[in-house]
Design a protein around this ligand. Sequence first.
Ligand code: NAD
Ligand code: TYD
Length: 355
Amino acid sequence: MIMQKKIVVTGGAGFIGSHVVRLFVNKYPNYQIINLDKLTYAGNLENLVDVQDKVNYQFAKLDITDRESIFNFFENEKPDAVIHLAAESHVDRSILNPIEFVMTNVMGTINLMDACRKIWSDSLQSNDHLFYHVSTDEVYGTLGESGKFTEHTSYDPHSPYSASKASSDHFVRAYFDTYKFPVKVSNCSNNFGTHHFPEKLIPLCINNIKNNKALPIYGKGENIRDWLWVEDHARAIDTIFHQGVVGETYNIGGNNEWKNIDLVKLLCEIMDEQLARPQGTSTQLITYITDRAGHDFRYAIDSSKLQNNLGWKPTDDFKNALSETIRWYLQNESWLNNVTSGNYQSYYEHQYKNK
Ligand code: NAD
Ligand code: TYD
């Protein structure tokens, strides 16, 4: 029998957060899941239409940088655990506006931990509480042609985004060491899947191929990323949340490295097939542009700790997961249109505020 728990998932209206919320709401009817999200440009409640009416789901529109509101909310709700995904997450935006990343990713994380410390102060070491911090492999910096990031790789972030996530990871571990605050951390590679905001490489290219627009490739397209299906990431978070050791870090990755240009060519091939266009049509949209400043060359994750100790595995059929992802975007044209037009931002007013 699974215990009752009240869990706050921050950033639950975003890409990965919405998959985590859906998994937990459906799999654990005894858990009360509160999606705490500011609804920035990246937060979209349409991502959760299928669970929004479930009795074990709640939404709270809150900004994690607003310390007083966060403290009040935690005092009132007294959650047992937090799964923290809320963040500014796009490298290119961090280059343009780093301070937002410091405020949300660093200060916001500290606000949440302090609010938890206050309400959990009598039972910090009771195993009843957990602050699970979701982070990225980008904190480790960049790799050459060989090697992989392990949990022991030194931090060496290069973008304002990864520097802010690295800082938040350090604070989370410092709280464990200093206050015995119960934490777990995971660092994951690049995700792909449904409900992904079309500013990141894969959904951007899907949207542009669909609309016959240029596919912007930074530099020569030779940078390498290790792509993981978002549903595998949500399953890993579930596994670590329930079975991981408090105070430890787990790397999560797809064991699935692709050069950007090869991945974009594969997207073109699958989309030509699904759109019934002659093969070769979409590759003509590929356009090389000026490289991203500080562009990390290669990321690759060694996830053997998670695989060996906790029995998690990523899917072994990447092409099928990518094909199904593309099919979802093509079949959910209104989701894509609402996101690109900005209409999704009024969904909260329609569904919640006016009720
Ligand atoms: P996302 O940008 O799609 O979603 C972020 C969510 O956080 C949005 O719903 C947004 O409204 C919310 N948010 C932002 N600022 C907030 C604030 N001040 N207060 C409350 N809510 C706020 O991000 P994502 O891609 O789903 O990433 C989720 C987490 O996973 C992030 O912490 C990110 O660093 C990490 N991560 C992402 C990837 C990836 O490939 N996308 C890989 C590894 C780790
Ligand atoms: P992105 O999806 O932004 O994720 P991250 O920067 O966190 O890895 O980018 C993935 C890779 O694709 C990265 O090497 C940058 C590259 N890229 C492009 O070449 N063109 C683009 O328009 C974007 C958004 C990314």
